[in-house]
Design a protein around this ligand. Structure first.
Ligand code: SF4
Length: 311
C-alpha cells in the first residue's frame, strides 16, 4: 500500500537538536516500538548550527540506531530543498541573504525560519498524509509549534507528552538515563542557528569567547554590504559592542545568577572564583562546571521563537 495516504500515513518526528524533541524520539522508541519502526526522523538543517548540535544529533542517532534525515534549504533548486548526509557544508543562509538584499532576519521579519525550515519541510512532506509527533510537554500548554498550528489538513499533530502527562522533570530523567542533555545547554537556552537573534547578550558574549570564528561570521553578515549598509543582530547594538564588552557582560551575568540562586552549593566555584576564571581566560572550565539543569531552572527556558527552531 502506498505510504502517505489517509489509510497508510507517514509517521514523522522533527528533531531540533533541543532536549524536548530529542527526548521524544527516545520516548517513542522505548514506549511505542511499533511507531518507532516506521518513524521518519528529520532535522531541518540551516547549515548554520552550532557544532555541538551536530554532535548531539550524532549521539542521538547512535542511541536510536536510526538515521536522522537532514533536510536542507536549496534556494536555487526548483524543489527548494535537498536531503543531505551529515557533514554537508552547503550554506543556504548566504544565498538567501543575497535574495533578501542583506536584510538580516529579526523577530518581526523571520524569513530565516520560513525559507530554511518551513518551506523545505513542506516540500519534503508534499501532499502526503502524515502523523507528526511533537515535543510539546504537558507543562507548557502555552507553546505552539508550526505543525501543531498548521492549516495543512494532511498533517495530524500528536502531542504525546501531553497525552501521556510528561513534564519537564520527565524529559530530564529520560535524557539523563540515555544520552544526556545537549552540551550547548551549558551556555545557551535554545537550539538553532549560531547567529540566532533570539539569543541573549550573554550567549553572544560566550560565543565570542568559545567560537570566535562563528562570532566573526555573524559580524560579517552585519557589515559586508557593497553599499556600506549595516544591519544588527541585537537590537540597536552592533556585535562589536558585544565583543568589546564580552568579559563584563559575562561577569554581570555571573553576579546576577549568583545573587538569585538560593542554594549556592550548586556552584562548584564561589562567585569570586568564577569571575577570576573569566578574567583568566578559563571560561570553558567554568562553563563545564555549570549544572545545566539547574541553570535552566533558574533562568527559565527561552520561550521565544517557535517549535520549528527550538523544541
Ligand atoms: S534558529 Fe533563529 S536564526 Fe535560525 S531559523 Fe530559527 S529563528 Fe531564524
Amino acid at each position: 500500500m502506498r505510504l502517505g495516504t489517509k489509510e497508510n500515513p507517514r509517521h514523522i518526528c522533527g528533531i531540533s537538536g533541543g532536549k524536548d524533541s530529542s527526548a521524544m524520539a527516545i520516548y517513542i522508541k522505548k514506549n511505542y516500538p511499533e511507531i518507532f519502526e516506521k518513524l521518519e526522523l528529520f532535522f531541518t538543517d540551516t547549515g548554520s548550527e552550532l557544532p555541538e548540535i551536530y554532535d548531539y544529533l550524532e549521539k542521538l542517532e547512535k542511541y536510536l540506531d536510526k538515521k536522522i534525515l537532514r533536510i536542507k534549504a536549496d534556494p536555487n533548486h526548483v524543489n527548494k530543498f535537498k536531503v543531505v548526509a551529515g557533514g554537508d557544508e552547503s550554506n543556504p543562509f548566504e544565498d538567501l541573504l543575497k535574495q533578501f538584499k542583506g536584510y538580516l532576519p529579526a523577530p518581526n521579519a523571520r524569513w530565516c525560519t520560513r525559507t530554511m525550515k518551513i518551506v523545505p519541510l513542506e516540500q519534503w512532506i508534499g501532499d502526503d498524509y502524515c502523523i507528526s509527533y511533537i515535543g510539546i510537554r504537558a507543562d507548557e500548554m502555552f507553546r505552539e509549534g508550526y505543525i501543531s498550528r498548521s492549516k495543512n489538513k494532511n498533517i495530524q499533530p500528536i502531542l504525546l507528552y501531553q497525552q501521556d502527562g510528561l513534564v519537564l522533570k520527565d524529559i530530564y530523567k529520560l535524557l539523563e538515563d540515555t544520552i544526556g542533555l545537549p552540551e550547548y545547554y551549558k551556555w545557551r537556552t535554545r537550539s538553532g542557528c549560531y547567529f540566532c537573534f533570539y539569543q541573549r547578550r550573554v550567549e553572544w558574549a560566550i560565543m565570542y569567547k568559545l567560537y570566535p570564528n562563528l562570532f566573526k561570521e555573524s559580524q560579517n553578515y552585519e557589515t559586508e554590504h557593497d553599499d556600506g549598509r549595516t544591519f544588527t543582530w541585537v537590537k540597536d547594538k552592533p556585535l562589536t559592542y558585544i565583543s568589546e564588552n564580552a568579559e563584563d557582560i559575562i561577569i554581570r551575568y555571573i553576579k546576577r545568577q549568583y545573587k538569585k540562586t538560593q542554594n549556592k552549593e550548586q556552584f562548584t566555584y564561589s562567585e569570586q572564583e568564577m569571575i577570576e576564571l573569566v578574567k583568566n581566560k578559563r571560561l570553558r572550565e567554568l562553563i563545564d562546571s555549570w549544572d545545566m539543569k539547574k541553570l535552566h531552572d533558574v533562568d527559565g527556558e527561552n520561550k521565544d521563537g517557535c517549535n520549528v527552531c527550538a523544541v
